[in-house]
Ligand binder design. Structure first.
Ligand code: NCD
Ligand code: ZN
Length: 343
């Protein structure tokens, strides 16, 4: 089988940035995905419905002519978020509220310092059925960076999922066996997104012949056994797991730095990389549900009606892409991806 036609997929975790950066990357996503859950970690963060809706307008204005793409907006949760704002978010069609532990990742300093402090907000979200999207890593410097997801689950996520038994929760970009096991064992309404990098690389990719800043993202790549667990979850057909690229562009100067930013850009091959990983695992037939059904079903949105066709044919990835006044180095830069989008 050299071509594969699937219902148009949704990217359930995407960073589009703003201004010239948004203009530079949006077409890559819109060419492949019908919708994307767009993360709110801008500067300043999207902590109000008004700010999120205005961002949605800027995204729509930046779309290439004729593009068929809908941004699904999110709100940035802080300890000061009011119940009124959450209810307004629900009414405005905002699909989820993102919990960033303060200091865990890019532009997370306005995030949550103490998870218990947002229990009142979670109470409201549960009551109005507004999903919680979680960056699941502790920031405790005493916890090893490779253990931060597992420790977050144990210390914070498990208690939240138990206490708010009807709250819908996405553990974003899972990277570990513990993440997979937690979601598998959890009650209904608990799901996880999975990135292409965590399907295809382990932490060795950070140090392949030298330090590889373009393989650095958060949560950081893990050991091979964890990659295998995440891959098994993705190809399992279980509706709790769905596609979220976490494509996170940063200008080259911020990656090639003494303190480089976390984030991997993958939107240029945002479905092709998954096709490659699923095929390598002998599970191409499972791609459509993972990419096009499970996310829509979780968010209670209609499944997309259009289709996307991929062809198995190697495509070269450019060394860099234009990105405002700098450039962006995409995943696989200078290398190849085994699949292409043809229609
Ligand atoms: C993301 C970013 O750059 O916004 N970076 C990343 O490494 N994934 C933030 C995030 O999702 O953690
Ligand atoms: Zn992200």
């Amino acid at each position: 089988m050299d071509t594969l036609t699937i219902a148009r997929p949704d990217d359930c975790h995407l960073h589009l940035r703003d201004g010239p950066a948004l203009a530079a990357v949006l077409a890559d996503t819109a060419r492949r995905f019908a919708r994307a859950v767009v993360m709110p970690n801008l500067r300043p963060p999207l902590t109000t419905v008004a700010a999120a809706l205005a961002y949605g307008e800027r995204i729509r204005a930046a779309l290439p002519a004729g593009a068929d793409f809908t941004p699904l907006l999110t709100l940035y949760l802080t300890e000061a978020t009011t119940g009124e704002e959450l209810r307004a978010a629900k009414a405005a069609g905002i699909v989820g509220v993102k919990l960033y532990p303060a200091g865990a990742t890019t532009h997370s300093d306005a995030g949550v310092r103490r998870v218990e402090a947002i229990y009142p907000q979670l109470e409201v979200m549960q009551a109005i059925d507004l999903p919680l999207l979680v960056h699941g890593e502790v920031t405790d410097p005493a916890v090893d960076v490779f253990d931060r997801e597992a420790v977050f689950i144990e210390r914070h996520l498990a208690p939240v999922v138990e206490r708010f038994a009807l709250l819908r929760v996405v553990l974003e970009h899972i990277t570990t066996r513990e993440g997979v096991d937690f979601v598998l064992g959890a009650r209904a309404g608990v799901a996880a997104s999975i990135t292409p990098q965590h399907l295809s690389m382990n932490r060795g990719a950070l140090f392949e012949g030298g330090l590889r800043p373009h393989h650095y993202c958060l949560p950081v790549l893990k050991r091979e056994e964890h990659r295998e667990a995440v891959l098994a979850a993705a190809i399992s057909g279980d509706a709790k797991f769905f596609l979220g690229t976490d494509s996170a562009p940063h200008p080259l100067r911020d990656k090639h730095s003494a303190c480089g930013c976390a984030g991997i850009y993958s939107a240029h091959a945002g479905i092709e990389l998954y096709a490659e990983a699923f095929e390598a695992a002998g599970a191409l037939a499972k791609l459509e549900a993972f990419a096009s059904h499970h996310g829509a079903d979780f968010y209670r949105l209609p499944r997309n009606t259009g289709t996307l066709t991929l062809r198995r044919a190697p495509a070269r990835v450019p060394d860099s892409l234009p990105f405002g006044d700098d450039v962006l180095v995409p995943l696989r830069a200078g290398g190849q991806v085994a699949w292409q989008v043809v229609d």
